[in-house]
Ligand binder design. Structure first.
Ligand SMILES: Nc1nc2c(ncn2[C@@H]2O[C@H](COP(=O)(O)OP(=O)(O)OP(=O)(O)O)[C@@H](O)[C@H]2O)c(=O)[nH]1
Ligand SMILES: [Mg+2]
Length: 329
């Protein structure tokens, strides 16, 4: 594979080249990894930048419908939109976005949009790296907005928040007065809350829910990266395409303020650091799962089980043998 040629074709906006590039970064093969790193390095030099918008929400809240409507609004304005997904639960029928391609029918047919189904990887670390690198590729290919969808389960929200410039939480209108058990940690990472389905019978419930969340957001500790009045809660109807323009205006206002005040660059720098540290941890763990450490670990584990050596002493011995000189204790 000619990486220089592939890089050039991605930079010129060729969709098939972008798709091939993403396939390459998804591969776990060692020679593919080396080519993927080379590719990303070449593309970085172009210095292109998209607005990265993360979108999270429980199943059925309307994420796909929102992306279809919101994406269509953006492409109608002449913007190019890429859609990626982080879906660790490949047990769900082939990953959410696969079925979604049919749901995002209008958007997937639009020449200004690029939709990439989630690969079926169960390992969140692998999905995270693949998605980050796919974002880099989409940016280099000249997409103005990259939407990253995740269903709000487990760690996937954190993963998406750590690769987004703006992190949106999509919520449904609540029936009673409870705040749907949204975890505080997720509320704290949200840059905006969008209460979807504000239409028909659900409209007044959506308005009430939105007011509740706006109140809850005001109670959170003020963050340096937010101007006055943020994070906001808004109502939208993805189905009727209501409120999408206001949501977009708020996103742009927030993004512009953060750029002017240095928060945009700082966030990206902090994210780069976060992923570097995550990669180091992943890399160390991966080595534990490979020979020769794997066998040595099994042998020591047997001795621990037999009571010949304590767990702590055995761990020390293993780490000293394999990391001792390079990483002193
Ligand atoms: N009334 C109303 N229904 C909506 C709206 N948006 C989505 N829905 C409906 O809610 C259901 C779920 O929508 P999806 O877009 O598939 O939700 P999702 O969050 O992508 O769901 P998963 O991919 O399963 O996590 C569908 O039946 C939609 O038609 C809306 O704005 N108003
Ligand atoms: Mg969906």
């Amino acid at each position: 594979m000619d990486i220089e040629d592939l890089a050039e074709r991605i930079l010129s906006g060729e969709r098939r080249a972008l798709a091939r590039g993403i396939t390459l970064v998804e591969s776990g093969r060692a020679d593919h990894r080396a080519m993927a790193r080379d590719l990303i390095e070449r593309l970085r030099c172009a210095g292109r930048e998209a607005m990265r918008i993360g979108l999270s929400g429980t199943p059925g809240v309307g994420k796909s419908t929102f992306i279809e409507s919101f994406g269509m609004m953006l492409v109608a304005q002449g913007l190019r939109v890429a859609v990626l997904a982080v879906d660790p639960s490949s047990a769900r029928s082939g990953g959410s976005i696969l079925g979604d391609k049919t749901r995002m029918e209008r958007l997937s047919r639009h020449p200004g949009a690029f939709i990439r189904p989630s690969p079926s990887q169960t390992h969140l670390g692998g999905v995270a790296r693949r998605t980050r690198e796919a974002i880099d590729l989409c940016e280099a290919a000249g997409y103005d907005v990259v939407l990253i969808e995740t269903v709000g389960v487990g760690q996937s929200e954190t993963v998406v928040a750590e690769m987004s410039d703006l992190f949106m939480l999509l919520l449904a209108p609540a029936g009673g007065d409870e705040l749907q058990g949204v975890k505080r940690g997720i509320m704290e990472t949200a840059d905006m809350i969008l209460v979807n389905k504000a239409d028909g019978d659900l409209k007044s419930a959506a308005t009430r829910t939105c007011a509740d969340y706006a109140g809850a957001l005001r109670l959170l500790r003020k963050r340096a990266q937010d101007p006055e009045g943020f994070p906001k809660a808004l109502t939208v109807s993805a189905a009727l395409e209501n409120g999408l323009d206001s949501a977009w205006a708020e996103m742009r206002a927030l993004q512009a303020w953060r750029r002017e005040n240095g928060h945009f660059a700082r966030r990206r720098a902090e994210q780069a650091r976060f992923w570097f540290e995550a990669e180091v941890r992943e890399g160390l763990l991966a080595r534990l799962r490979r020979e020769p450490v794997k066998g040595a670990m099994a042998a020591l584990a047997a001795r621990v089980e037999a009571g010949e050596i304590t767990a702590a002493a055995a761990a020390d011995e293993l780490l000293a043998t394999y990391l001792g000189e390079s990483l002193p204790a």
